[in-house]
Write a protein that binds this ligand. Structure first.
Ligand SMILES: NC(=O)c1ccc[n+]([C@@H]2O[C@H](COP(=O)([O-])OP(=O)(O)OC[C@H]3O[C@@H](n4cnc5c(N)ncnc54)[C@H](OP(=O)(O)O)[C@@H]3O)[C@@H](O)[C@H]2O)c1
Length: 283
């Protein structure tokens, strides 16, 4: 039987947890599939996508710097990629390359595992970059009330305008300063950090501290290097509930797996593989 090949394309890709996670999932379900990471800088993307077609590669994950540029090279976009304007998953559907974005729904699936439905929940989102944009769309679609705080206000405004245009919902914008954040967090149910603040090597940095949090808040940091960020330590100190970046990482990969195979992803196997891989790297 023919082995189906899946690949991650981006630059850099060496640190990715996706090969470990996806190969573990294929193995658990006994599928004759293999997942590899291929370094594809922006300048090589057109040739790489032609190669996907020529070689009959079954599916892709797409990461920095290719998530937006790949759109013009695909045959079709699913609604998830179309509204966000970025692609992280491609399915080769008998020669037709279809783009999806599983980042936002991956984050929401991880949150649902903790709080159930997001309908009516008050969510404060730190950041307005690529991941934030995807999460913002999915959070609003899931019925949450959304407030965005970003260092560069114009970027947050662009996300809010895109959501208003496509989904007809209003997003609140606030400044990324302690006073405005503290006020917004007083009545918030969920705080999601999508900024790179707290990521290795700046592991002692955080935008929000414990005095700005309350015990009923769920604090989700999507940063996964390290898993225990300063923000999550502050949340624990405040008695708040915490969700680390592994939740979203596994769920966005699980959604890609389901798009490619049509089978339910073995979440626990994928989470264990990602954890093992992370443990092997960070002392
Ligand atoms: N768990 C997962 O599955 C998952 C998935 C995707 C991404 N991530 C993680 O999410 C993080 C963001 O990824 P991305 O692709 O969205 O990156 P991105 O597009 O580059 O966005 C970065 C964001 O961080 C903000 N930022 C950077 N430095 C800052 C600082 N010193 N103070 C305040 N804000 C700052 C930026 O604000 P400005 O707009 O002002 O520059 C922007 O909002 C990364 O750590 C990535 O590893 C995790």
């Amino acid at each position: 039987m023919k082995t189906r090949v899946f690949a991650l394309i981006g630059d850099p890709v060496e640190q990715s947890l996706s090969p470990a996670m996806q190969n573990a999932a294929f193995g658990a379900l006994g599928l004759n599939c293999v997942y590899i990471a291929l370094r594809v800088p922006s300048a090589g993307l057109t040739d790489a996508v032609a190669g996907v077609r020529a070689l009959g590669i079954s599916g892709l994950n797409v990461t920095t710097p290719n998530k937006i540029k790949i759109i013009d090279l695909l045959d079709e976009l699913d609604e998830s990629a179309n509204s966000v304007g970025a692609v992280n998953t491609v399915k080769n559907d008998r020669g037709k390359l279809v783009g999806f974005n599983t980042d936002g729904d991956g984050c929401i699936r991880a949150l649902r595992g903790r709080v159930g439905s997001l309908r009516g929940k008050d969510v404060v989102l730190l950041g307005a970059g690529g991941a934030a944009r995807a999460i913002a769309f999915s959070a609003v679609k899931a019925g949450a009330g959304l407030t965005i705080a970003n260092r560069t206000a114009s970027r947050a405004r662009a996300v809010a305008e895109a959501i208003e245009q496509r989904l007809g919902s209003t997003v609140k914008l606030i400044g990324l300063n302690r006073a405005e954040l503290a006020r917004a967090l007083r009545k918030a149910d969920i705080l999601i950090n999508t900024t790179t603040v707290g990521m290795r090597p700046r592991i002692d940095e955080t935008i929000v501290t414990s005095s700005m949090m309350h015990r009923k808040l769920l604090v989700n940091d999507i940063v996964y290097d390290p898993l225990q960020t300063r923000l999550l330590r502050e949340a624990k100190r405040a008695g708040a509930e915490v969700l680390d970046g592994l939740g979203m990482l596994v769920q966005q990969g699980a959604l890609s797996f389901e798009i490619w195979t049509g089978k339910r992803a073995p979440i626990r196997v994928m989470a264990a593989a990602a954890k093992r891989e992370l443990k092997g790297r960070c002392p």
